[in-house]
Design a protein around this ligand. Structure first.
Ligand code: PBG
Length: 316
């Protein structure tokens, strides 16, 4: 076996998995104001960006050949009914209009969820101390339509309510957005690895946790069922999230479903590599490329990753 490993040209020739910046989606956090570029403490190299700064960031992403971006919003105010999520002049809607005007060739996805917009930080409408599934679907459908209206190329629901893909598909079609694809966060787990994101998006739940709607990390068969249901409801693409601790599920999904599969290398996966690198415990650059290669080798077609820019630069 060692013959074909002996030189870099030979290794390059027989390499089975390659990375391309087109396979990376860069998550970005957009906030109110002007000239704001606030670094996120637990995610060095990532920022809360006002719309003008977001446009600059996206111009850079486009120049690097990155596949696209996915937007998360930090609204001016939060309330019980997540009104900032589906407001026509909401933060993500404003960002979309600016991006479509100023960086028209860049693919822009939006995260469709409520946790950044509710005062309690849960992903839906809270009734009697728990998130009400069907009431939440109305907010999600309204949010998806308002994103499509503002120019979103893809909407990506991450709330984990039952029936959200069908509700969103119906609302999009009913409002003339028959061509807006849905990327469903289909197998999304109640993971500790989202910790740093909640600082970035200021979306930590104020009471309890998300285990009544996000999946139990123990359940792989159930993940396949979630994916199947989302596809039946009309999802165009599906996602497994987080990525590295769930590569078995990326692989299983690859064997079973012939649709584009995304994996989300989440904030905690990113921050662990950065932190170990800063401590001199690991070579950060190599860990970045090895982790992305592994996610692709497991079967993901594209990866949502905070490493999109440095990895694209390295692939240059
Ligand atoms: C919103 C959402 C979350 C993430 C993506 N969309 C947070 C959560 O579910 O608590 C996490 C992404 C990351 O950790 O990078 N529901």
């Amino acid at each position: 076996m060692r013959r074909l490993r002996s030189t870099e040209p030979l290794r390059r020739l027989v390499r089975e998995t390659r990375l391309d910046p087109a396979q990376f989606i860069l998550p970005l956090f957009v906030c109110p104001g002007e000239g704001v570029r606030r670094e996120i403490g637990a995610m060095p190299g990532n920022f809360q960006l006002s719309v003008d700064e977001l446009v600059r960031e996206c111009e850079e992403a486009k120049a690097l050949g990155i596949g696209g971006v996915i937007l998360f919003g930090l609204p001016e105010t939060k309330d019980e009914s997540a009104s900032g999520a589906y407001a026509d002049d909401g933060i993500v809607q404003r960002a979309l209009r600016a991006l479509k005007r100023q960086v028209p060739q860049l693919l822009v996805m939006t995260d469709v969820c409520n946790c950044e917009y509710t005062s309690h930080g849960h992903c839906g409408k809270v009734v009697d101390g728990d998130v009400d599934n069907d009431e939440t679907l109305k907010w999600l459908a309204a949010t998806a339509v308002s994103h499509a209206r503002a120019g979103a190329d893809v909407v990506a629901p991450s709330d984990m309510m039952d029936g959200r893909v069908a509700a969103i598909r119906q609302a999009l079609d009913g409002n003339g957005f028959v061509n807006t694809p849905i990327l469903a966060y289909a197998a999304k787990f109640a993971s500790v690895f989202y910790g740093p994101f909640r600082e970035a998006a200021e979306s930590a739940p104020q009471f309890g946790d998300r285990r009544s709607y996000q999946m139990d990390p123990s359940n792989g068969r159930e993940a396949m069922r979630e994916i199947e249901l989302d596809l039946e409801e009309g999802a165009d693409m599906i996602m497994v999230k987080p990525a590295m601790p769930y590569l078995d599920l990326v692989w299983q999904a690859r064997q079973r479903f012939d649709v584009p599969i995304a994996a989300y290398q989440v904030s905690g996966e990113y921050s662990m590599i950065i932190a170990a690198g800063r401590n001199g415990w690991i070579d950060c650059e190599r860990a970045m490329m090895e982790s992305l290669t592994s996610i692709r080798r497991a079967g993901a077609d594209f990866v949502l990753t905070y490493f999109a820019k440095p990895a694209a630069r390295l692939l240059g």
